[in-house]
Design a protein around this ligand. Structure first.
Ligand SMILES: *Cc1c(COP(=O)(O)O)cnc(C)c1O
Length: 489
């Protein structure tokens, strides 16, 4: 299986090369030349562990990894770092199935892929005889940063530099990043929003002069953002696992189609579900849930993607995004793998901030439903589910839960539950009861424990008495300068 670029069909690289590079040189995203079909019966996966399902899915994409290499990566990634043996358990609450993807080291779903990416990357480096130090650059809206820092901390032959919007993350998220140990990790707050951080990182990847300079000093860039195929592939696994799990518990019958609702920002998670469907997983609708930054909702309703609008800060900061990078991979598929077409749409986006897809492309979006939740909808949903069954949703999951309820069909619905409520404790608690609105975020942790009965996760205990270790701040246009300073070049 080889990978090509969404912007140039002539590109052809192996899986390990695509993982190493992160982004194609033309600025496009790596995509498999063909989406493989699952080659086991889902029925057979009913009694498989998460690790076994991971192998069955990932082996189809990472074909230049040996069985031993891939299994080794999987074993190292999905271990006691997760606080439940199932890795991705399902909770049935208020008539829906919440697929809990937040039991990893940093209590957000980014752990599902970022626990394994460092292993995939170092294995890829060995396979390709890369001797250079790999510099991971990541832009984060809050959760990727910590998950990537934790994943790469003290991993040999790697450096990691994370950029986050200074006033765009929760206090817990910020503390998680600022207290990260490891001699190869750096984190920089930028005076700007997530899109500026992401654009800054992409610009550095595409800067040939900077890349040459780096190479001279023995470095090479790679990406831990969801543009890396090494993040997308591990995310397909939990949709397959969830389906097998529902079969096992008798919640669904063999072949029964389900709907999947995904709280969406950069479009990585929902794209993984779509790949799962294309691989043969019985999914009916993919419901794309946005917060008030509803650029994707508008795209699905009108066929026009338009980022020319105000960037809003919401209580679901990991979805505060106006440029959903992974949508490019979907465009590639609905354009019939026409890289030329994608390239021209992306050029238009860059220049005008907007593009419109053709009617033929729109035709192929039937599998998707777009929806969004306002801040008020989100708060009410947290309160509703809590009052109905005592289950506490985080703000991102609540966006999905609200949209899932609104767009309900006759199918059973799996909601991707992307973060622990502890991570967004202030928003969550004040949604449940306004009286919590003025309290200190850290004081509310114990309150959340009391009302939910869910134990305080390790990730939270860790930051309670840790001291910040990082304090770098820069303007959005100084990202290259500070990167050079960190790398001492
Ligand atoms: C990153 C993130 C999302 C959005 O996922 P995408 O793959 O970027 O669409 C949703 N919820 C949480 C908690 C996240 O961290």
């Amino acid at each position: 299986m080889n990978y090509t670029s969404t912007r140039d069909n002539k590109v052809s690289v192996s899986a390990s090369q695509a993982i190493l590079k992160g982004l194609a040189f033309d600025g496009g995203l790596f995509v498999p030349k063909e989406i493989p079909k699952l080659d086991v019966d889902i029925e057979k996966l009913k009694n498989s562990t998460y690790q076994e399902v991971a192998y069955e899915v990932m082996k189809l994409y990472l074909t230049d990894f040996t069985e031993e290499e891939l299994k080794d990566c999987i074993t190292k990634a999905y271990d006691q770092k997760f606080d439940t043996p199932e890795i991705a358990p399902i909770k049935k609450a208020a008539g829906a199935y919440y697929l809990e993807l937040f039991h990893g080291a940093t209590i957000a779903f980014k752990d599902m892929a970022l626990s394994i990416l460092p292993h995939l990357l170092t294995t890829s480096a060995k396979k390709n005889m890369v001797k250079k130090e790999i510099v991971i650059l990541a832009a984060t809206s809050g959760d990727t940063g910590k998950a990537a820092m934790a994943g790469f901390a003290d991993v040999e032959q790697t450096r990691i530099i994370v950029f986050y919007p200074k006033d765009g993350v929760s206090k817990v998220q910020e503390m998680q990043m600022l207290t990260q140990k490891g001699k190869n990790v750096d984190v920089v707050a930028i005076e700007g929003n997530f899109d500026m951080a992401q654009t800054g990182v992409k610009t550095m990847f595409e800067d040939t002069r900077l890349n040459a300079e780096l190479e001279e000093k023995g470095y090479q860039f790679s990406s831990a953002n969801s543009i890396n195929i090494g993040r997308l592939v591990p995310q397909i696994v939990y949709y397959v696992y969830a389906y097998a799990n529902l079969l096992k518990t008798g919640e669904i019958q063999e072949g029964e189609k389900i709907n999947v609702v995904v709280p969406t920002g950069n479009f990585g998670n929902i794209l993984a579900a779509y790949y799962g469907k294309e691989m043969g997983l019985p999914i009916d609708k993919l419901i794309c849930a946005s917060n008030e930054n509803k650029v994707l909702f508008d795209f699905f309703s009108t066929g026009t993607y338009d980022r020319n609008r105000e960037f809003l800060l919401t209580s679901s900061p990991s979805m505060d995004i106006l440029i959903s990078s992974n949508l490019e991979r979907l465009l590639y598929l609905i354009a019939g793998q026409d890289a030329e077409k994608v390239r021209s749409l992306m050029a238009e986006l860059k220049v005008t901030g907007a593009y419109t897809i053709t009617p033929e492309m729109r035709e192929k979006l039937q599998d998707f439903i777009g929806g969004y939740a306002t801040e008020e909808d989100t708060n009410e949903e947290i309160k509703r589910v809590y009052e109905e069954c005592g289950y506490v949703l985080d703000t991102h999951t609540a966006v999905a839960s609200f949209v899932g309820k609104k767009e309900a069909t006759d199918k059973k619905t799996v909601i991707a539950s992307t973060a622990s409520p502890y991570k967004f404790v202030k928003s969550v608690m004040s949604a449940i009861d306004k009286k919590y609105g003025n309290e200190d975020e850290f004081e509310l942790l114990e309150e959340l424990h009391k009302i939910s009965g869910v134990a305080l996760p390790e990730a939270i205990k860790e930051i309670l008495d840790a001291k910040p270790l990082h304090d770098k701040v820069c303007k959005a246009d100084q990202m290259e300068a500070i990167t050079k300073e960190i790398l001492d070049i």
